[in-house]
Design a protein around this ligand. Sequence first.
Ligand SMILES: *Cc1c(COP(=O)(O)O)cnc(C)c1O
Length: 395
Amino acid sequence: MAFSSKTEKRILLSPPHMSGKEQWYVNEAFQTNWIAPLGPHVDEFERKAAAYAGTRGAVAVNSGTAAIHLALIQLGVEKGDTVFCSTLTFIASANPIVYQGAEPVFIDSDEGSWNMSPQALEKAFIQAKKENRLPKAVIVVHLYGQNARMDELSALCGHYQVPIIEDAAESLGTEYKGRKSGSFGEFGIYSFNGNKIITTSGGGMLISNNLKKLDKARNLASQAREPAPYYQHEKTGFNYRMSNILAGIGIAQMDVLEERVEAKRALFVRYKESLSRLEGFHFMPEVEESRSNRWLTTLTVDQLSVSGLIRRLEEENIEARHVWKPLHRQPLFRHCRYIPHSEEDSVSDRLFKTGLCLPSGTSMTSQEQDRVISVIEHYYKEQSLSSMWKKAVTK
Ligand SMILES: *Cc1c(COP(=O)(O)O)cnc(C)c1O
């Protein structure tokens, strides 16, 4: 083999990238002994996130999953309800539906955005209306930083008067028609998990213009304590709040968000310039009038085995991944309903079969990126030669 493999430094998919300023906030929390609970960093992080998103408020929590859960509760999702959800996504988008005892209905993607297909959503609404079982909410995911077609999706949800929760865990920093991803629905959520565009090592944010509902969510996230001089409880709450130390990391990370978007977009362009020369390599498109944060550079590879390519990259100590396996294909959800883009075409299934995510860490050097590119080019050549050879032999 042409490469020195495991002796090379590992290239990760999307590792944390600190700016250096985080330490200052962490130290300050130590100096003031504001280790817990909550505290001034949490308030500032919430203010910063809301100002950035352009929403009236924000609630910092300990994960993006918790933020989705709180949003569902605020929208009254209960046992026996249904919730529509994008199928091509990480399991965390749908798990909170199950926490509430409700049932997800999975909606396919469209080709141009990879996100929720307005055509499939409309079909789902028509069916649900007929059965007199409209969903309580629609969870729209913005995959790999690509904003979903919010104009069409919002119009449909508006028509049926069903609120939207935007799962913007992967799309912090993305813009759609001049507005920030996550700010279009009744609620939006961000994640600060370790592999996201910015991180607090773990955390999430719930954003909304509805301050009353945000206050209720904030209260539920802190064990639903009632205002009384002693501990009084009327509802079952959760322990979902973010710590003051982690919020300090988040404040400093927010300051470099725009830089991170620029860096991710530059990585995407560089991958695309070299690899789209190879036959059958197609990069994720960008929805009109939007600017993706390109959280992960994602493409489809038509003529090679994606698993084979991922294995080869792994041999060279490079982390790459399949595109999310659609949730309607997960054994966990095998009993759930699924609405494909059209009778003949399940777009998410196709994207899963040929989709590939490449290392997209913002601290990756161009030499490292070149290493990834050349491993892929070599694999492509090798496979093309071997298939030509096979054809020649079987003639
Ligand atoms: C990461 C992620 C989440 C969950 O965020 P956590 O902070 O890890 O709980 C939800 N949805 C999507 C699409 C994600 O990528």
